[in-house]
Write a protein that binds this ligand. Sequence first.
Ligand SMILES: CC(C)(COP(=O)(O)OP(=O)(O)OC[C@H]1O[C@@H](n2cnc3c(N)ncnc32)[C@H](O)[C@@H]1OP(=O)(O)O)[C@@H](O)C(=O)NCCC(=O)NCCS
Length: 446
Amino acid sequence: MTANPDVLGPDEEVDAAWSSLAHHQYRHLPVVDEHELVGVVSLRDLMGVARLRPADEHGTEIPAGLEGVVAAETALGDVRGEEGFFHYRQYSAVELAARRSLEDVWYLLLEGELPDGRQARRFAAEVASLRSMPPGLAVMLPEVAQRGSPFEVLRTAVSLLGAELGWRPTHDIDGVELRAQTLRLCAVVPTIMAAAHNLGAGRPPVEPRAELSATANYLWMVTGSEPAPGHARAVEQYQILTIDHGFNASTFTARVITSTGADLAAAVCGAIGALSGPLHGGAPSRALAMLDEIGSAERAEPWLRAAVDRGDRVMGFGHRVYKTDDPRSLFLRDAARSLGGPLVDLAAQVERTAVDVLAEMKPGRRLFTNVEFYAGVVMYTCGIPRDMFTPTFAAGRTIGWTAHVIEQAAHNRLIRPSARYTGPPPPAPVPDPVPVPDGDRWPARR
Ligand SMILES: CC(C)(COP(=O)(O)OP(=O)(O)OC[C@H]1O[C@@H](n2cnc3c(N)ncnc32)[C@H](O)[C@@H]1OP(=O)(O)O)[C@@H](O)C(=O)NCCC(=O)NCCS
């Protein structure tokens, strides 16, 4: 028997054990009884019998919803859920929201560094000059706007935009062309949504104004009046806080589509679809609707208990990554408090009650407010209509999506994971079609 054989301790992780075996290229495992070698097992036989696979191939459990799975590398930012911290590039996102403009953070995501004074002015002027809709889209939008909410209209409009501007697959263009497309897209998306909102209400679109900041101009186009500086700043801070957030569902969607080499409009249409879901970006108006239904602090507890009892989700609470306070929610709670108003007090009381009720009825899940809870309060207080809550989120998040599209296209490999098959064992014999009497056929074949 070999003196001092390599052994694995009982606490060894399966992955580490596998890589040690693979590294040493062992083909046999000794079987030992009371320090006596009693036999040898061939790994090949063992794998054949047990269908063992390398841990990174098929053997590990797939976490539901891909929780915690690292699906790509990014230099754009990250979220540390246990710490309640997130950052864009090397800067705390919360600090950026407190100190910089949306355009500066946009520049940071694109260029990897914050702009100096001159760069900031030049960039802000460049993107402000791209806000008008191209003529074909402007002609078509009144018709499209009659058929859905501003966010649904956006999904269609981005598709039309890409077609009108002749955007080619990311596979066929270089980084310079793609960057120019992203600037055009992000600059015009707020104009499209504001126009859809106004047209849907029977009013003509409000023309963008290049001398206003991105957020102030957006509010101007949505409400038709120049926003109070405090309102413009609060909404801008919300948009900075939500410009990017790790591998959330919509960002992941945009990257998957880009990985196929499809064009920018395709990637962003997919992302818009993902963001529309109530578990992702559709929550702020529902959170506000919940506050309306609750109505007063005394009604909060029975209302929330009944909702959780029914198995409903309390909108604006819980997060896949944050298991402590969502830093965006803390920031927006302060922003809401500085804006003031009766809704803010009710929201704070409902928050406290909901955290207690959820801790009691969903023990161990660690459910706190997420960004959406106070987002609705801030947007409402700043005069944004409810059908524009998710669009306001999207107006900022488009910048994050497009930064990811650029990053994915620059270092592309097709994203094509596998699924574990759980159906009946194949190959089952394929039965012949059962003849159907002629009169019973439906729908009729053409
Ligand atoms: C955001 C969200 C989808 C994250 O979900 P997740 O990490 O996949 O968590 P799960 O869906 O696995 O839920 C885990 C448990 O917590 C509960 N839970 C999570 N969020 C909850 C909420 N807001 N209200 C009530 N229960 C909630 C689930 O019911 C589940 O309980 P169970 O174990 O008894 O079945 C989820 O918290 C949610 O639906 N929140 C409400 C919608 C919302 O605010 N979305 C905006 C997100 S920024």
